[in-house]
Design a protein around this ligand. Structure first.
Ligand SMILES: Cc1cc2nc3c(=O)[nH]c(=O)nc-3n(C[C@H](O)[C@H](O)[C@H](O)COP(=O)(O)O)c2cc1C
Length: 297
């Protein structure tokens, strides 16, 4: 498979492992790269992650709910780990967030000193206590522009599909983003049949196959409206077909996360192999007009 690239990183293939619990450990990240990931995004690193929350995952018949927030590992731990990844030239993207734009910018500056080559701003997690109700273009602009002002590293701004997406994308572009990651989880809920109450006691991040049509539509609409920035499509990828679909609507690469909670390495290898078979020599470009898979739709 020829090279794809994103954020200046040359990629062996367009399948990137997204940020989450599975990427909170150095060992997992190294193995995911060994097993074929084009790149891996770390769990979101945060100088002051919320403490004492009930952070859990629940598998649904389709997809997953999770109430996790940010890595509980210290920034210093992550700086050491990122340094060792850089020494070994591993394609790892550091996911970062902080309590204020100034703190995020300072964190980005520290991460730059490790030799890490690319950042993703994980600013759209809805699992904090306030539930990200204040998400809006001004907030996106503030985090993006302040970080852009302190680091020259290429950065992707991670957003969630939903209300006001176009304006949030424009705010990220105006703030100096080099790419957009779409999508983070969206608000979901499930009822515990035993109690009739909400699982996890509230609305938390939904991920998995149900997200894919929503994100495909959003990426397609962004392209149609003239957004040219590279896009990392993310949501519900569990096969090479899903990756190819993201590339077809205009994403440059695709991220996979929830699917990897089942047989992590084998699932990744399968998705990478299927992607190679389907996209052949055209990673990042539309599929040929007629492929055997079209007959199956
Ligand atoms: C358990 C879990 C933890 C996650 N943690 C993070 C995180 O720390 N930072 C982040 O940007 N996204 C996080 N995500 C979101 C994923 O990176 C991804 O955007 C989302 O799950 C949609 O992709 P998927 O359907 O392939 O899982 C998490 C998702 C799950 C399920």
């Amino acid at each position: 498979m020829p090279d794809a690239s994103i954020l200046g990183l040359p990629l062996a293939n367009p399948v990137i492992v997204g940020s989450g619990l599975l990427t909170d450990q150095e060992r997992n990240i190294r193995r995911l790269v060994e097993r074929g990931a084009g790149a891996v995004v770390t769990k979101t690193i945060h100088p002051n992650p919320p403490q004492g929350l009930d952070e859990r995952i629940i598998r649904l018949p389709v997809g997953m709910l999770n109430s996790t927030t940010y890595s509980k590992r210290s920034v210093n731990h992550w700086l050491d780990v990122l340094r060792s990844f850089a020494d070994d030239r591993l394609p790892v993207i550091a996911s970062l967030h902080a309590d204020s734009p100034a703190e995020l910018a300072a964190l980005a500056k520290d991460v730059e000193t490790t030799g890490c080559q690319a950042l993703e701003l994980g600013i759209s997690c809805l699992n904090e206590e306030e539930g990200l109700e204040d998400d809006n273009p001004d907030r996106v602009y503030a985090y993006t522009s302040e970080t852009r002002g302190r680091t020259t590293l290429p950065l992707s701004v991670k957003l969630a599909v939903g209300e006001g997406l176009q304006d949030r994308v424009r705010a990220a572009i105006a703030g100096g983003a080099d790419a957009i990651t779409l999508s983070d989880t969206i608000g979901g809920a499930a009822v515990d049949p035993a109690t009739g109450r909400l699982e996890l006691n509230g609305v938390f991040g939904y991920s998995g196959p149900g997200l894919k049509p929503l994100v495909l539509a959003a990426v397609w609409q962004l392209r149609r409206r003239g957004v040219e920035l590279p896009i990392m499509g993310c949501g519900g990828v569990s096969s090479g077909r899903d990756v190819a679909d993201y590339l077809s609507v205009g994403a440059n690469v695709a991220q996979v996360y929830t699917a990897l909670h089942t047989d992590m390495y084998e699932t990744l290898e399968r998705i990478v192999a299927e992607t190679r078979d389907l996209t052949g020599s055209s990673a990042g470009a539309p599929l040929p007009a007629e492929t055997p898979q079209e007959a199956a739709i």
